[in-house]
Design a protein around this ligand. Structure first.
Ligand code: PLP
Ligand code: SF4
Length: 446
């Protein structure tokens, strides 16, 4: 029993006049989701937009569930698909997917019905589907992989808090997510039974640590996904952090606007905006995620004055090419999200099938810088195994000095010279320096 693309794209019963202006903000990326499948987006009674694609899925697999209930995040969260058996009634599972098993893997299976509606039911290689549906490949432990590749546990002064950089901490507020990414760096800890309540018990000691460390001026609230918590739990945490005078800057790392956009209610935004300056980092993977629903969620946050950044993991066969990455980043900008980080896929166990060579990310950045809006270009980082932190990798445009001229390449590969005399070469952090490097026109390898 699968849902064909034709069925998904059938016109809903409601008139097209209900189409909201928001649907125009949706990215039209090279993807399985053509613009037509979103064009009949409607506004539900509860004020949430509902794309034709999502609504067709609702009617097919949840006919007893009203549009209003579907648009309630509590329903989405409580009705996450957590078994391959149920998923198999909605998608034609491949051998690799069907053989993955459940209950054994470190990381459970959980997908919101909303996000499952965005999967291509016929194509196991569909990018969104690959990020959420386990496969047998997860069972291998590959060279260089470990359970805690970033050494976070060894940089935790108190449980649930990572203090790796001088002026900021990572606050792991919950171990629960609304959907589990198969490549998750924290798969060792997220998604365990009682993931939410157990993590709450860590808060007092973590807050006390921040109170006692005046150098901590920036708190990154992450997890898990902090937006799986109720408004009141989140409000409680934010108010306690805001009471600490030296905490200048707070951000929340979340994937909720992408996998459970219904979470972004007007009430949530009203609560969050009491804690400015509050930023949000949105975890996103592929342009197909920028649905009318996600677009509405992002715009609600932006209208709440919350500056939005993005974080994306570079994933093999999912977003590891320039057109897809460019479409994602341009789509984010259209939704007022400023691309922030592109991460090399951390070597967490069972993730080799997602990992590209490190240089791939540098190539993608080279293919974007100059070719599109500078705001659309994220910083590519490798989080150094063992706790070294994020190391930015950039294409090198410097060729070296030729006499009193610095020789550089522009984004198109053309050589340009700038008169820049009388500076000792050693003062420059230039590799491949010297006239020989540019005389023969060789590009450095990155
Ligand atoms: C990424 C990260 C931060 C935040 O780093 P920024 O470069 O400021 O975004 C803080 N702590 C830890 C442990 C992190 O992994
Ligand atoms: S949302 Fe973040 S913490 Fe949760 S599974 Fe995905 S990568 Fe891991």
């Amino acid at each position: 029993m699968t849902l064909s693309t034709a069925e998904l794209e059938q016109a809903p019963a409601e008139p097209p006049s209900l189409t909201t202006a928001l649907s125009r903000g949706t990215a039209q990326a090279p993807s399985a989701h053509d613009a037509a499948s979103f064009s009949r987006t409607q506004n539900t009674a509860s004020g949430f937009v509902l794309s034709a694609r999502s609504d067709a899925f609702r009617r097919r697999f949840y006919p007893e569930v009203s549009q209003k209930t579907w648009s309630d995040w509590h329903w989405q969260y409580a009705n996450r698909i957590t078994s391959l058996g149920v998923l198999g009634t909605m998608l034609g599972l491949s051998e690799e997917e069907a053989g993955a098993g459940t209950g054994l893997a470190a990381l459970p299976l959980a997908v919101t019905p909303y996000y499952a509606a965005q999967f291509d039911p016929h194509n196991p290689a569909h990018p969104l589907r690959r990020t959420m549906v386990p496969t047998v490949e997860e069972w291998s432990l590959n060279p260089g992989e470990s359970a805690d590749p970033l050494g976070e546990d060894s940089h935790s002064p108190v449980p649930g808090l990572v203090h790796r950089y001088p002026d900021r901490v990572l606050f792991l507020a919950t171990d629960s997510c609304s959907a589990y990414c198969r490549y998750c760096t924290r798969s060792r800890r997220v998604g365990k039974p009682c993931a939410g309540s157990a993590s709450r018990r860590r808060w007092p000691a973590a807050i006390e640590y921040i109170e006692n460390h005046p150098e901590v001026r920036d708190v990154l609230i992450s997890g898990g996904d902090p937006l799986t918590m109720t408004d009141s739990a989140l409000n409680h945490l934010l108010s306690q952090l805001r009471r600490i005078p030296h905490v200048e800057f707070i951000r929340i790392g979340t994937k909720a606007p992408i996998v459970m956009p219904q979470r972004i209610t007007p009430a949530l935004v009203r609560m969050l905006r009491r804690y400015h300056p509050l930023f949000m980092s949105i975890h996103c993977t592929h342009p197909d995620e920028l649905t009318p629903e996600a677009s509405q969620a992002l715009n609600r946050l932006a209208d709440g004055g919350i500056p939005l950044g993005s974080q994306t993991v570079l994933l093999k066969g999912i977003n590891d090419n320039v057109p897809t990455m460019t479409a994602l980043m341009q789509g984010l900008l259209k939704n007022r999200v400023r691309p922030y980080y592109l991460y090399h896929c951390d070597p967490v166990q069972g993730s080799a099938h997602f990992r590209t060579p490190i240089y791939k990310g540098v190539e993608i950045i080279r293919g974007m810088r100059g070719f599109t809006t500078g705001y659309a270009v994220p910083t590519y980082v490798v989080d150094a195994p063992g706790g070294g932190g994020k190391i930015p990798l950039m294409p090198d445009y410097v060729q070296g000095y030729d006499g009193e001229e610095l020789v550089m390449r522009n984004y198109e590969g053309g050589l340009y010279r700038s008169y820049d005399p009388a500076v000792p070469l050693a003062a420059h952090n230039v590799h491949n320096a010297g006239p020989a490097g540019c005389a023969d026109g060789d590009m450095p390898c990155l």
